[in-house]
Design a protein around this ligand. Structure first.
Ligand SMILES: C[S@@+](CC[C@H](N)C(=O)[O-])C[C@H]1O[C@@H](n2cnc3c(N)ncnc32)[C@H](O)[C@@H]1O
Length: 472
């Protein structure tokens, strides 16, 4: 296997950035140092310990565990301030969701935490802020777009690729956070060289025209579809939205929601789709909604529209393979989905191939100048060497039980890494996982989703479109 990292089984600090925002607001301080000072001094710790704790706190941002006496005192102090019965380790290892629930157990601050969660502004890092400000300065691409408000559901931190580069690993949710990245994505799709996109489109057509899908929709209760990470693929939206509307007996409208964390990818789809819906006289029948939202936190900040009976969810284009902890995806949709809802997952699979032939397939699949351009544009090199060629991107395959890029057994992940001069670790620009079909089906079942069937583009494609139904 090309490269194999072992995962660290020691407990990790979880969601520090989010926890920090909550704590700062609750203690009414703005910076990190004042936060450390107020927490520690309130519990009788002052002097050098405050500086030492602040020094280690700066490392927590990267997920480093709190070590040393002052750090332990900090988490102990929180425990005491909020009268928590759990131990300090639980406080730093738990997710932000659990952390908030724990804090809400303190009756004195329960209301404050609620208010904070619902009103806290989105915090953005530098590059994302500029890009988002550009997006929301009114200059829509079409006048029609004026009628469609992008609804923001973000009550948490949003960051862009610069933050990922600093951490040595650009998350997929950071990758398309610049308008240029969205344009480079369009160029890649238009080049027809990106097989994942084409195969996903063709297999979605197969699914949409199948009896299996028609039967699954029978009963007239499906009046909404939500596509997650759905920006950048208006042809797929068209297929999904029109087949949903056609499957209804009544002339009643359906809601079609494009969810994406990148407003630029949403814009792309909206501009292409709105005109088409109006031209086809379908704008009333298919009501488009644009949701700027993180699909990994739906349970936390997104609510299901009460008028929806049953929903068709979709995550297409192999986007599930960019999610490094697929459990988080399934947990996230658990809350807003209901028994009977459908879920379409478009993903590439591992065919009847050896590791060697798989590696060869990946190498060939990714030789494409438009993809190079997308990687370069989305994640600009912060230290380019003007006198030499751009740094090369290595494509490696990682698998095995400790694969840090997937939680589904048997999967193989492709990792794109930008090489640096010797001595500096390469930056991970993106990861993309391929699954063994049966293993993915069992994984989905363990979260309550039963597989009704799968579809592929004709020919030799390994890409599959899975149709699942929530059974429990
Ligand atoms: C490869 S792109 C486009 C996928 C496209 N819908 C398709 O079917 O080909 C993946 C999309 O997922 C979005 N995305 C990534 N992580 C996300 C997250 N956590 N929440 C919402 N959208 C996310 C990206 O912004 C991007 O638009």
């Amino acid at each position: 296997m090309g490269h194999h990292k072992t995962t660290n089984s020691r407990p990790q600090l979880c969601d520090w950035q989010f926890k920090k925002s909550v704590l700062r607001a609750l203690y009414g301080v703005h910076g990190d140092k004042p936060l450390v000072a107020v927490v520690l001094s309130g519990n009788g710790v002052t002097g050098n310990a405050v500086d030492l704790c602040y020094d280690s706190l700066r490392k927590w941002r990267d997920g480093s565990r709190p070590t040393g006496v002052p750090s332990t005192q900090f988490w102990e102090a929180l425990r005491s301030d909020f009268s928590l019965s759990v131990g300090p380790t639980r406080l730093w290892t738990c997710s932000i969701l659990e952390f908030v629930e724990l804090l809400k157990g303190d009756p004195n601050i329960s209301a404050a935490v609620d208010e904070l969660i619902h009103n806290s502004p989105v915090t953005l890092d530098g590059d994302t802020r500029t890009a988002l400000e550009n997006r929301f300065t009114p200059k829509p691409a079409t006048t029609l777009l004026n009628d469609y408000q992008v609804r923001g559901y973000l009550r948490m931190n949003v960051s862009g690729p610069q933050t990922g580069v600093k951490q040595g690993h650009v998350q997929h949710a950071q990758f398309y956070m610049q308008p240029e990245a969205a344009h480079a994505w369009v160029a890649l799709v238009d080049s027809q060289n990106y097989h994942m996109y084409l195969d996903c489109l063709l297999s979605l057509k197969e699914l949409a025209q199948s009896n299996l899908f028609a039967d699954a929709l029978r009963g007239d209760s499906y009046n909404a579809a939500v596509t997650l990470g759905g920006g950048g693929s208006p042809e797929k939206d068209w297929i999904l939205a029109t087949s949903l509307a056609a499957g209804r007996n009544s002339a009643e409208a359906v809601d079609y929601v494009i969810n994406d964390i990148s407003p630029f990818m949403i814009d792309l789809s909206a501009t292409a789709l709105i005109g088409r819906l109006h031209k086809g006289n379908l704008a009333d029948r298919i009501q488009l909604r644009l949701d700027w939202c993180d699909f990994l936190w739906l349970d936390y900040h997104w609510t299901r529209d009460p008028t929806w009976k049953s929903v068709v969810w979709a995550i297409l284009g192999g986007t599930i393979g960019n999610v490094e902890d697929e459990r988080q995806f399934f947990r996230s949709i658990r809350h807003p989905s209901k028994v009977g809802d459908l879920l379409i997952v478009g993903m590439d699979t591992i065919g009847d191939e050896t590791l060697e032939s798989f590696e060869k397939r990946m190498e060939t699949q990714y030789v494409c100048k438009e993809l190079d351009a997308l990687l370069r544009t989305s994640v600009p090199d912060p230290n380019p060497d003007c006198n030499s060629a751009p740094k090369s991107v290595a494509v490696e395959v990682v698998g095995g039980p400790n694969n840090p890029h997937s939680q589904v057994s048997g999967s193989w992940s492709v990792v794109f890494k930008r090489e640096h001069e010797s001595g500096v670790n390469p930056t991970i620009l993106a990861t993309s996982t391929r699954y063994i079909l049966d293993d993915f089906v069992s994984f989905a079942r363990s979260f309550g989703w039963e597989c009704l069937g799968s579809f592929s583009a004709q020919g030799e494609s390994t890409f599959r479109q899975l149709l699942l139904r929530r059974a429990e």
